[in-house]
Write a protein that binds this ligand. Structure first.
Ligand code: ADP
Ligand code: ZN
Ligand code: ZN
Length: 737
């Protein structure tokens, strides 16, 4: 080559910049964008990805080093996906190397190979033989003939044809066959029409479902919000839409909040389709992940179902993206690369020019707002299937009432009536453990975490005091460390205490607790579900895990023990989340033939949101909360970003954010269209031994906030005191503004 070419590569590092390298020593052709290479980086050799090339570099070329090795002959990510990743790095202000890595399984990030397979074929000697060679060794002859018919076959394919390892060994000894490995090349999933893509016939759709199906255009980008209560038949609409997509040989990507919580949904996909389905989630081994990823990337999987990180899985021929339970906060990554898989899906679908379905019984305010703005199409599916009737909601005013560890008399009576009728009851309380506070009756001492600004929670199942904000655990003492009194009181209640109370009140009835502590091991949840599905009278008590994925047809009464916490939260999303959670929990019940009752205990029954929710109108509730957001100029009417800083010495973290604010104001002074709030202490000021602060930027226009944050990032990266302080930028934060 005469003119020198420079490559800009992305390396996994905390730095938000690219690095220049010279072409590899033996380069003869230009390397395309997206190819993995190894480069010397400091004292190490690391895997990097080529992002661009140029004819000049800001660095003198004698200071630059050449690329050591080229790992791929063609890029692993399509140009469109690569573009989406570039967008995500810019939008979330996260280092590109890290963002690109999120689209690759760990082994590929580290420079590993695509999945390879071991194949057998005829050697040159073998190719010279006639079909009737080896007449006295019929098994060997069979193998010979097989390989005369097929260019190469894997060991598994040979075994399936009845060829033993011994036969293979014998022909190899005669040098008639040889083995080799190569990257597995998949066929696209079978769409030749010979096999039907459906393994079972689809259900006959209701009018609403049919209308939904007909509205979904498959050949260009549109975002559809599929809004229908739990059980209204959204999943059936997904299934039938996917069938149409598969018929023209395109793949479907389905994002769900948590794989373990939706075995029923998975089973329905598997029962419906004949094509391979790839599952991508955090529970996979590295090898399984690579295989699932490659099945998606190479196109052999017709359907890819995955959690958050699957938003970036490459697809050979993408045809549709579906985000189920789009309101779920698990789609937002809360550390490192703080992306929202739902929002990435929107960008990806629009760049790919394919449809996107967002489904929920309790759509996020963002998505409802986007419908109002005509950016999304709102498709409502009404009515439940299975002949279930609507639940009746009842607000239970607990002011002045005697509570039995959290249970009002009204609720206790309602539970006993349902049990007597052979029904099941679900009690919802979003707090794990036995009691959130341990206090000394004599001196007022309270058990606190040494590392956080928080009380320790009393646990009795694995007895001890646990901090729910860091890993800290302590022994559960029986005497006060301050005054040696034995009078230690448990204040408030968590699921363990409610479980104990219910067991005491209803000694004849099985009580099952469902929370992160009780479902720790893999099969615990499945075991619990199979117990519950026996449909014998029982009580389920648990946290928000009960609001996700499962259906409990035998449950006729849902009790929400404490609905008040969210009313007084400083988090502006608390109310929205509470409404979603209560509606979701309520929707799990009464799906059988029996009607359901939902009882909500509150000290504030007159609060308008309870009124709206109890009219069973999440839609009206959402309108109310949206109107409040508009009044206070909060998202989705504005765009927010949080700049967080944490450090062992609070003053320094706070100081950094003060200078950050000064820097920002200098760039663009505050106005009604651009507000700076803080720095303020985080909701939990001290956590895990670090003091945490945050600065909020709220802008009417997204185009104002993005360049501002980009400059702030540069400033923070160059700021000396920022080097030791842990800081981050969270665009469209989901919590604690
Ligand atoms: P959602 O995803 O909205 O919760 P599903 O699609 O899971 O709703 O449907 C709820 C239940 O109703 C499922 O058991 C499903 O098999 C059944 N169902 C859905 N659509 C129909 C239909 N058109 N005809 C009969 N049963 C249906
Ligand atoms: Zn004491
Ligand atoms: Zn702690």
């Amino acid at each position: 080559m005469t003119d020198t070419l420079f490559y800009q590569v992305a390396v996994q590092s905390p730095l938000r910049r690219l690095f220049d390298y010279l072409p590899p020593k033996d380069a003869s052709v230009q390397l395309p964008t997206g190819v993995r290479v190894t480069v010397p980086f400091g004292k190490r050799e690391v895997t990097a990805i080529i992002v661009s090339s140029s004819a000049s570099s800001d660095y003198p070329s004698d200071k630059l080093k050449p690329i050591t090795a080229v790992l791929d002959s063609s890029p692993l990510l399509s140009p469109i996906l690569f573009d989406v990743l570039l967008w995500a790095a810019r939008y979330y202000h996260h280092p590109l190397g890290d963002v690109l890595a999120s689209a690759l399984p760990t082994s590929l990030r580290k420079g590993g190979d695509l999945p390879r397979e071991h194949l057998w074929r005829l050697s040159t000697l073998g190719k010279g033989l006639p079909t009737n060679a080896l007449p006295r060794a019929p098994k060997q002859q069979a193998l010979l003939q097989l390989l005369q018919q097929h260019e190469s076959l894997s060991k598994d394919a040979l075994a399936a044809a009845g060829i033993s390892t011994a036969t293979i060994r014998n022909l190899k000894k005669k040098a008639l066959i040889e083995d080799f490995t190569h990257t597995i090349t998949h066929q696209l999933f079978d769409t030749d029409g010979a096999t039907d893509i459906l393994a079972e016939s689809p259900l006959k759709l209701s009018d609403d479902q049919q209308k939904a199906l007909e509205r979904i255009e498959l050949h260009n980008y549109h975002c559809y919000l599929i809004d229908g209560e739990t059980g209204s038949g959204k999943t059936e609409v997904y299934l039938q839409t996917i069938a149409r997509v598969l018929r023209y040989s395109k793949q479907a990507l389905v994002l769900i909040p948590e794989i373990n919580l939706s075995p029923q949904t998975l089973a329905r996909f598997q029962a419906r389709f004949t094509c391979p389905i790839s599952l991508i989630h955090s529970g996979l081994s590295e090898h399984q992940r690579l295989k699932a990823w490659w099945a998606a990337a190479s196109g052999s999987a017709g359907i890819i179902i995955g959690t958050r990180s699957a938003a970036f899985v490459p697809m050979k021929s993408p045809g549709i993206i579906i985000v189920d339970e789009e309101h779920d906060s698990s789609f937002k990554q809360h550390e490192g690369f703080r992306y929202s898989a739902r929002d990435v899906a929107v960008m990806r679908a629009s760049r790919e020019n394919i449809p996107l379905l967002l489904g929920s019984a309790t759509p996020s305010l963002e998505s409802l707002y986007n419908c109002q703005q005509a950016r999304y199409q709102h498709i409502t599916i009404k009515g439940r299937h299975e002949g279930a009737s609507q639940a009746v909601w009842q607000l239970v005013d607990i002011r002045h009432s005697q509570l039995n560890t959290g249970f009002s008399q009204t609720v206790i009576e309602a539970i006993s009536i349902q049990l007597a009728e052979g029904n099941q009851v679900l009690v919802f309380l979003n707090r794990r453990g036995f009691a959130p506070t341990l206090m000394c009756h004599d001196c007022g001492w309270v058990a606190r975490c040494k590392h956080c600004d928080a009380h320790l929670t009393v646990h009795t199942n694995r007895p001890g005091l646990h901090c729910h904000h860091c890993e800290a655990r302590q022994r559960l003492s029986t005497t006060c460390p301050e005054c040696n009194s034995q009078q230690l009181n448990y204040l408030g209640q968590g699921t363990e205490r409610s479980e104990a109370t219910l067991k005491a009140l209803f000694p004849e009835t099985e009580v099952y607790r469902v929370d992160r502590d009780s479902t720790g091991n893999k099969h615990a949840m499945e075991d619990l579900l199979s117990q519950i599905n026996k449909n014998e009278p029982c009580i389920l008590v648990g946290t928000q895990m009960l609001a996700k994925g499962h259906h409990f047809p035998g449950v006729t009464l849902v009790v929400v023990l404490d609905a008040d916490t969210a009313l007084f939260s400083t988090d502006f999303r608390a109310l929205e989340k509470m409404g979603q959670l209560i509606t979701q929990v309520a929707g799990r019940a009464g799906r059988g033939a029996k009607p359901g009752v939902v009882m909500i205990q509150s000290h504030h029954c007159e609060h308008p949101v309870f009124e709206l929710l109890s009219q069973q109108s999440y839609a009206k509730f959402a309108q109310h909360v949206l109107a409040e957001r508009q009044l206070s100029a909060m998202p989705p009417f504005t765009n927010a970003a949080l700049i967080r800083a944490e450090f062992h010495h609070g003053g320094e973290a706070f100081g950094l954010l003060q200078s950050a604010r000064a820097f920002l104001e200098n760039q663009m002074s505050s106005s009604p269209a651009l507000r700076y709030l803080g720095p303020f202490p985080a909701a939990l000021e001290k956590r895990g031994g670090r003091y945490r602060y945050q600065l909020t930027v709220i802008a009417s226009e997204r185009r104002d906030i993005q360049p501002l944050l980009a400059r702030l990032c540069q400033w923070l990266e160059q700021n000396k005191s920022a080097r030791k302080i842990r800081w981050s930028i969270d665009v469209d934060p989901q919590e604690n503004i």
